[in-house]
Design a binder for this molecule. Structure first.
Ligand code: NAD
Length: 497
């Protein structure tokens, strides 16, 4: 029986008044399992109002109390992550181990944010001028919005909200309407951890909800993750309304395999990074750039591994689950059809997959396409599915030029046993996150996550020191206590002497 998935404000469910809903499906069966509320403007204002009312009290709550609550949240998450993983599998489709993996990467950020007291320490210069001290501190911004994509319903929100909350902000999370239940589970966990009413809220919805978050004057900052066209729109609209914005967009990640690479390591890595989570990862490898004479051997090794992967229901013993919706599955399959018509060679054909799962599921097996050219639609589009394209080039320089000409710059990798070549690549490649013999170079929480070019709009990356910077603003204080020697009127520009 499908259930209703509500908003969350002031530590309790809020049904909203719009009357609009969208169906939520289990991608492994195609069955509708819930109906998520879609906010209208009054609903959005109600939830933003809860965050706005809670801000003064939370801003003034001591660092010791804030971090104690964050520690409790982390402990509860760690104890009960299996529950959250099951929710993710049921609405996103990814297999259980993958769901647990995304939770642990999000949990890392909560652990990082437990050290917020150290990260917020300011500076003080005594006697900057005679008897004048100058100090700096960082303060929270106010209510902030987090707008997240379907592919990481737990990890992506957790890139942001532990730091935002630890830093003294209040949060409105707008999750993807395709898998909205994980955010409600996280909201309940915060309440259980003792977070005061209104500090963490969830607004369900689509464009109407997003537009209110981008334009409402009470919302001070927006962290967005999703496709590039929406990221560009979010950045333009929210900055025009005076907000601080980081908008992370789409990707087309290339892995360069040099002739001296360990080909077994490279093939394992291409399969893991190409087909993990059915390719629905912004850090998935989408293009293998095979350099020189190794191409045939490399393709054979990848194909052999890809054919052995088990596609099926994420609650069973599968390596790879279904795609998120029927429409998305059909779109991805369409790229494979077109590549074949364009003359590329479909070496492993996921369209023929026999899944271990319900016939109504949104299945597409691992697909390997060789001899892909850069003018084919499977190369020019972010596919976001289990499709790995192989582009063959003769030299390192050709491989580098290919990557640097691509409009995206999220992640990339190089496989080689030559340290000099790897170092040259890390220096020359125009991409924000680089792996050297590592296929998914997702930075750990104390570094920052973010791409270049059309993969990120704004100048601050997610989590790590940049995340702390994003969710706080600097104040500098110049102080003098009464000193008779400096008394008197002087209209000259203040000098330091
Ligand atoms: P999406 O852009 O369709 O949706 C992202 C969010 O925007 C959702 O909350 C959605 O409700 C909202 N949205 C959708 N259409 C909108 C509109 N017209 N106006 C305002 N808001 C709108 O993305 P998705 O399909 O959920 O996620 C997949 C995309 O996210 C891929 O492009 C992937 O590369 C990208 N992604 C990027 C990163 C990164 O770190 N750069 C991480 C994860 C996913």
């Amino acid at each position: 029986m499908p259930h209703t998935i509500a908003h969350w404000a002031d530590n309790k469910p809020y049904p909203g008044s719009s009357g609009n809903t969208a169906p939520v499906t289990n991608p492994a069966t195609g069955a509708i399992t819930g109906h998520v509320a879609l906010a209208g403007v009054p609903d959005a204002r109600h939830v933003i109002g809860a965050a706005t009312a809670a801000f003064p009290g939370w801003r003034d709550t001591s660092l010791a109390k804030r971090t104690a609550i964050l520690f409790r949240f982390r402990e509860l998450l760690n104890e009960r992550k299996e529950e959250l993983a099951a929710i993710i599998t049921a609405e996103h489709g990814k297999v259980r181990s993958d769901a647990l993996g995304e939770i642990s990467r999000g949990q890392e950020v909560a652990e990082f944010a437990c050290g917020i007291a150290h990260l917020l320490k300011g500076g003080l210069s005594e006697n900057a001028s005679t008897s004048v001290d100058v100090s700096s501190l960082r303060q929270p911004l106010g209510p902030v919005a987090i707008i997240s994509p379907f592919n990481f319903p737990a990890m992506v929100p957790m890139w942001f909200f532990p730091i935002a909350i630890a830093g003294g902000n209040t949060v409105v999370l707008k999750p993807s309407e395709k898998d909205p239940s994980a955010s409600l589970w996280l909201a309940k966990l915060w309440a259980e951890a003792g977070l005061p009413d209104g500090v963490f809220n969830v607004l369900q919805g689509d464009k109407d909800a997003v537009d209110e978050l981008l334009t409402n004057p009470d919302v001070k900052a927006v962290s967005f993750v999703g496709s590039t066209p929406i990221a560009r729109y979010v950045y333009g609209t929210a900055t025009a309304h005076g907000k601080r914005v980081q908008a992370l967009g789409g990707a087309k990640n290339h892995a360069v395999i040099l002739p001296d690479a360990d080909l077994d390591l490279a093939a394992d890595s291409m399969v893991n990074a190409g087909f993990g989570s059915a390719g629905e990862r912004c850090m998935a490898i989408s293009v293998v750039v095979a350099v020189g004479s190794i191409a045939d051997d490399l393709v054979a090794r990848i194909a052999d591994r890809a054919r052995r992967l088990k596609t099926g229901d994420g609650t069973r013993d599968a390596d790879m689950g279904p795609l998120v919706t029927r429409a998305h599955r059909d779109k991805v399959r369409g790229y494979v059809d077109q590549a074949e018509r364009d003359g590329a060679k479909v070496v492993v054909d996921g369209r023929q997959v026999e899944p271990d799962g319900d016939a109504g599921g949104f299945w597409l097996g691992p697909t390997l396409i060789d001899n892909v050219r850069t003018d084919m639609s499977c190369y020019t589009n972010e596919i976001f599915g289990p499709v790995l394209s192989v582009v063959r080039v003769e030299t390192y320089d050709e491989a580098l030029a290919l990557i640097n000409a691509n409009p995206y710059g999220n992640g990339t990798a190089i496989f080689t046993s030559d340290g000099g070549a790897a170092r040259k690549f890390q220096n020359e490649v125009e991409v924000g996150m680089v792996g050297i013999n590592v296929p998914i170079p997702v930075p750990v929480a104390y570094y920052s996550f973010g791409g270049w070019k059309s993969s990120l709009f704004g100048d601050t990356h997610a989590h790590g020191a940049e995340g702390v910077h994003f969710f706080t603003r600097a104040k500098v204080i110049t102080t003098r206590w009464a000193d008779p020697s400096h008394a008197g009127v002087n209209l000259g520009f203040p000098r330091n002497d």
